[in-house]
Design a protein around this ligand. Sequence first.
Ligand code: ATP
Length: 399
Amino acid sequence: MNKKRWGLLLRSTPSALRWLGKIAAEEKTALYLVGGAIRDMVLGKRTRDLDLACEGSVKKVASRLSKELSTPFTHYQQFMTATLEGPEESRIDIAETRRETYPAPGALPEVEKASIMEDLYRRDFTVNAMALSLNPRDFGEIIDPTEGMVDLRKRLIRVLHEKSFSDDPTRVFRAVRYAERLGFRIESRTLVQLKGTVEMIHRLSPERLFYELQCISREAGDARVRIIKKLRRLNALSFLGEALKPLSAARLGRIPDDQACEFLCLFLSHFTDEYASRLPVKKACLETTNTLRKVNPVLAKLAGLSSPSSITRFLSTHDKRGLRIISQTSDSKGCRKIKDYLEIYSKVRIKTTGDDLKKMGISPGPRYRRILDDLLDAKLNGVLETKRQETEFVKKKEN
Ligand code: ATP
């Protein structure tokens, strides 16, 4: 892998971009930098990934770049796209320029090859509908048919046409996400159109809705909390059913930035399982969410428990990640007990095994489980330390 060149590409340095355009030209293809990369460049923000659009064969360009950079690529023929994979999950996405038509609101679009200009007109917001030419003949020229630069300066999120949200209601989530992340305002007519489309959100597939929730969860801490609050005010979260309790911005805000999955679990725990379980959520996340839904009963029960063994017996039936999130996000006294369980008690092991019990002449059966549980309780409560003490403890009990 040519790490140096890859790094320069991800930082969109002029020489790296020029090199990209030259390689594409050699493959008789016009190449453009598109989407968020230009928006972020103008705003002086670090871009997350590099999106390129090509007028010509995406397969040819991707395969040539893959050779030049010594990095693998995947071609998605059906979608007319390709992805080059770099270190640490970094990637460069390339798509053939296209026109999109929506057969029905909320359905996936039908896609045909088209020029870069048409490709820009199918995009979500003006600030995302600009292209930077990488082609040797006009390198650096900005194509901005919808006045995205003007809106960037005015800090506005504006759709390109009045059917934009009804064509694709995921844009409701995208508009709020960009507005809150960038500190932009949703332009007034765009906001009216957005509000008029909110009830179409339920037409989106669970997969697409879940993807939007994942994108929100990956935003930085304070932005993602503001996004959730704003979407709630706009009634854009009603696809999850009635909330079980008021959204707790303070608790959501305490989840560290790099814990997107934890944020999503805590968010989903505000709603019943009935709706959340329709989303393609991994089983482990559903378990975390279930534990988080029980935060109040868990803390209430903990208040009446004091010995390490009783705390362990109770908490061991709950999901550990869920418990960690409760301890991070609640001020209850019970959190100390949860932390002790996670950091100390759950790691305590006894040294006696079933074989040892057999050697002591105890015939195998369900009582083995009881004896071993009693041993663990005693060890947790500080009654036992060495294996010898464990053996004596068993002998005393069994005689
Ligand atoms: P981010 O910083 O969140 O990655 P981005 O602008 O790169 O922002 P992507 O989701 O990677 O966002 O999409 C890349 C580009 O594809 C967008 O800038 C936009 O032009 C276009 N796009 C993505 N999703 C949609 C959509 N639902 N409707 C129209 N255009 C879209």
